[in-house]
Design a protein around this ligand. Structure first.
Ligand SMILES: *Cc1c(COP(=O)(O)O)cnc(C)c1O
Length: 579
């Protein structure tokens, strides 16, 4: 690792770590993330991690203050109210959004915020909902509200980023627009526009794609607002823009003073790990005016009479849209998360995580099997030089030397045995997944017919991967994380398979074979010796022969180690904690 470390620091010395923070990144890992000892956590796009200092600050805060219901006029209620309004200010500041133009609404997460926009947007049969192919399911789901009310939904491919910067023709309308056929008794009622061409349309894109890590140019906000979509699409009227910043926020929040989007959504666990179940919708005040809300809940009405059709809604945007009591203890906690990332500064977090991702990507691209075939196929990045339009996410699939695919489930299982935590599948982003894996509608349908659904174990179907492997770095990731991941790739997928290695990947504490390795072993390699390692990481013993049964070596996986309380010890439970 030493040579690699020198190489890394030669290139990334100025980007790696946080020279102006009280602790360097290694100290921070050793003191604030003790629970990571021995494991390599590479799923920050799934959820990043909170630091111990952050939790201690939250604990101290909640232990020392009396936080009452913010709707109560009591002192404790007022304490909560003021902490909530400070939190709103802090969120707006994070996005460089002026309080004059924007409001921060707290929601149950990025998904909750997206659902709010979809539900309250004034769709009519003259509206269009346009979204990029690369979008999270939670953004795609808005389509259901739009289609139900007679609007059109259009998926678009954005041309190369370079083209967008000179915005002559940035959109590729490769996809046909979708329109729901409304037959008699449809569940939704169609909202007729007034025919004057004043329809409201919505355009949605992610600031960073949670599949490929590709960063979308935020210029899109201004381009869409000034773009003429009338031509073949017949989308007239005014355009509103929604940015899904749930992933992008972890390293690079959109600057709303430069790119005045109408709606931006985020989730706090993606930024600093804690709390979960809390997100925000940052809404432009002008855009909030067009939203149409039906339901009223506690906290949102000035007056209501129980037994007649009468309700007076509250005036302010927060009061109108936040039904019931917001999750005020969670909201009180976010300032402690902001404290951590503010101290490091967002530009430093972006540089630090980018240095790790760039280094790892470049190394992965160079890995080749003995016959010259590349091990890794990386998605969403075609050029060697990094124009810094990628987030700290690497999504890929691995190939064997004979050109066949390693299934992503197999990669995930082996990673887990090496105490590496990563994510596999399509990451709730079916459009990006289909696009990067080259899956046509026909492929997708035949996969579904073959019984493949999200979350299952079918990782390769009809010779093509059905998903991918994703690693992603967070602000506390280190060079060692990246290097251990590289070592894992090389030792697990490139080295000549020997029985020793097979056994070292035992799933429980007992030695065992994985099927793929056994097959590989059959394919041409010959057996030189057998060493049995009954307990992972303990000394082994050599045997000259061993009986085989149908499933492999006799006794393999047929026994377990029990701990002092009779609990079954697994490598994941014990081994990672030992390291
Ligand atoms: C995580 C994520 C979401 C969903 O966020 P939740 O807080 O889980 O609702 C949406 N979009 C993107 C790009 C994400 O990364």
């Amino acid at each position: 690792m030493e040579g690699a470390r020198d190489d890394f620091f030669r290139r990334f010395r100025d980007d790696y770590g946080y020279p102006n923070a009280p602790k360097n990144v290694d100290e921070m890992r050793a003191t604030e993330f003790k629970r990571l000892k021995g494991s390599v956590y590479l799923d920050h796009a799934g959820a990043t991690l909170y630091s111990e200092a952050q939790l201690e600050a939250v604990f101290k805060d909640l232990s020392m203050n009396v936080y009452g219901n913010p709707h109560s006029q009591s002192d404790s209620g007022q304490t909560t109210s003021s902490i909530i309004s400070e939190a709103r200010q802090q969120v707006l500041k994070f996005f460089n959004a002026s309080t004059r133009d924007y409001t921060c609404l707290f929601t149950s997460g990025a998904t909750g915020a997206l659902k709010l926009v979809g539900e309250f947007f004034p769709w009519t049969n003259e509206s269009c909902y346009m979204y990029t192919m690369e979008n999270h399911n939670s953004v795609l789901g808005i389509k259901e509200y739009a289609l139900d009310l007679g609007a059109k939904a259009v998926a678009v491919d954005i041309e190369e980023v370079e083209h967008i910067r000179s915005p002559k023709k940035p959109f590729h309308f490769l996809k046909r627009s979708i329109q729901r056929r409304h037959e008699a008794n449809t569940r939704g009622e169609i909202q007729n526009g007034n025919g004057s061409g004043n329809a409201y349309n919505l355009f949605a894109f992610p600031s960073e794609c949670n599949f490929s890590g590709m960063k979308f140019p935020l210029e899109l906000v201004n381009i869409v607002k000034g773009y003429d979509f009338q031509g073949s699409l017949q989308c007239r009227g005014s355009w509103f823009v929604l940015i899904d910043a749930a992933k992008g926020c972890a390293t690079e929040p959109p600057d709303l003073s430069r790119y005045p989007a109408d709606f931006v959504v985020c989730s706090f666990y993606k930024m600093f790990g804690f709390p979960t179940g809390l997100g925000a919708l940052i809404v432009r005040n002008e855009a909030a005016k067009i939203l149409k809300k039906k339901y009223f809940g506690g906290g949102t009405v000035s007056a209501a009479i129980a037994d007649i059709d009468f309700v007076m809604r509250r005036e302010s945007i927060e009061q109108l849209f936040e039904d019931g009591t917001v999750s005020f203890l969670d909201i009180a906690s976010i300032r402690h998360g902001f404290n951590i990332i503010d101290r490091l500064t967002m530009p430093s977090i972006a540089r630090h995580t980018d240095s790790l991702a760039t280094y790892t990507r470049n190394k992965m691209r160079k890995l080749r099997h003995g016959n010259g075939l590349k091990l890794c196929l990386l998605y969403g990045q075609t050029v060697e030089k990094e124009p810094c339009n990628l987030g700290p996410t690497i999504t890929f699939n691995l190939k064997r030397s004979n050109g066949s695919w390693f299934g992503y489930r197999e990669v995930e299982k082996l990673a887990s045995l090496s105490c590496i935590q990563l994510r596999t599948g399509c990451f709730c982003n079916p459009g990006a997944c289909a696009k990067f894996l080259g899956l046509s509608h026909l492929d997708l349908h035949s996969n579904i017919e073959a019984g493949h659904v999200c979350w299952d174990d079918t990782d390769v179907l009809h010779g093509k991967p059905t998903g991918a492997v994703r690693i992603s770095f967070g602000y506390m990731s280190t060079f060692e994380d990246a290097e251990k991941f590289m070592t894992f790739l090389i030792t697990s997928f490139m080295m000549k398979t020997s029985l020793w290695k097979v056994l070292s990947f035992s799933e429980s504490m007992a030695g065992s074979f994985t099927d793929a390795r056994w097959r590989q072993l059959e394919g041409g390699a010959h057996l030189k010796s057998i060493t049995i390692y009954p307990v992972k990481s303990c000394a082994g013993f050599s045997v000259s022969d061993w009986p085989l049964v149908n499933s492999g070596l006799k006794y393999d996986r047929e026994w377990l180690l029990r701990g002092p309380n009779g609990e079954i010890l697994t490598q994941k439970k014990v081994f990672c904690a030992w390291l």
